[in-house]
Design a binder for this molecule. Structure first.
Ligand code: ZN
Ligand code: ZN
Length: 228
């Protein structure tokens, strides 16, 4: 595992999205990757039982093995109320319009993408504090999904951004347009709620951590995209 900042571990070689484990004894899981990432998570926990499993949003590449992990560990699951409804199966998830080739591709891989509903005991709202890393503030950033959240450690300037900010191949960006029904809304929220924060370290849902001066990077990304 990588340790991009002390006390925060990031799993390596996941199936495509980032999984973070905070702490060692009573670890808190931030996102859980695809269903096939389960074994890697269990190995990485090294026998510890998560005290909480947080989903930044409901997409399958972030909540894949949560139901199974919950059966194994019994740990409570936390997500924003809007996305919790999808995770629990009471509201259908949005269907994306993909080009035909992608649709065939995803149909072929369907067994790997089986969405398993999971009860969400803790419904997160703006300003809630998660007891990890000295306090993680919930910041609601709807757009990528209605219930997308980021988690902010104010004293240390650390932001877990979920998919609202990505840093793939060293390119900082907003959420993926093809999977974000509210792309403009997401960028408005980044500008209004993320930009004013002092962020030293960005821990995104996809791509590499941005360690040191993340705020400046976010500002110039917004500027380059004409979103300032
Ligand atoms: Zn997503
Ligand atoms: Zn994702």
């Amino acid at each position: 595992m990588l340790e991009p900042v002390p006390g925060v571990f990031m799993l390596e070689r996941t199936w495509g999205s980032n999984i973070y484990i905070i702490g060692v004894d009573d670890p808190v899981l931030i996102d859980a990757g695809f269903p096939l990432d389960e074994r890697r998570i269990i190995r990485s926990l090294e026998g510890a039982v998560p005290s909480l499993m947080v989903a930044t949003h409901y997409h399958i590449d972030h909540v894949g093995p949560l139901a199974s992990l919950k059966r194994k560990f019994g740990s409570p699951v936390a997500a924003h109320s809007a996305d919790a409804e999808v995770m629990e199966g009471t509201v259908p998830c949005r269907v994306f319009k993909l080009d035909p080739l992608r649709t065939v591709y995803y149909k072929m891989l369907a067994p790997l993408y089986r969405y398993e509903f999971v009860p969400v005991e803790i419904k997160l709202e703006e300003g809630d504090i998660i007891d990890a890393l000295g306090g993680l503030e919930v910041i609601c950033l709807p757009g990528h999904t209605d219930g997308s959240v980021a988690l902010y450690q104010r004293e240390r300037g650390i932001l877990f951004s979920g998919d609202t900010l990505r840093n793939e191949k060293g390119i900082l960006d907003g959420p993926p347009p093809q999977f974000s029904p509210g792309l403009d809304e997401a960028f408005e929220h980044i500008k209004a709620k993320v930009l004013p924060l002092e962020i030293d370290v960005l821990l995104p849902g996809h791509g590499e951590p941005l360690v040191g001066g993340a705020s400046a990077g976010i500002r110039s990304m917004l500027d380059e995209k004409g979103r300032l």
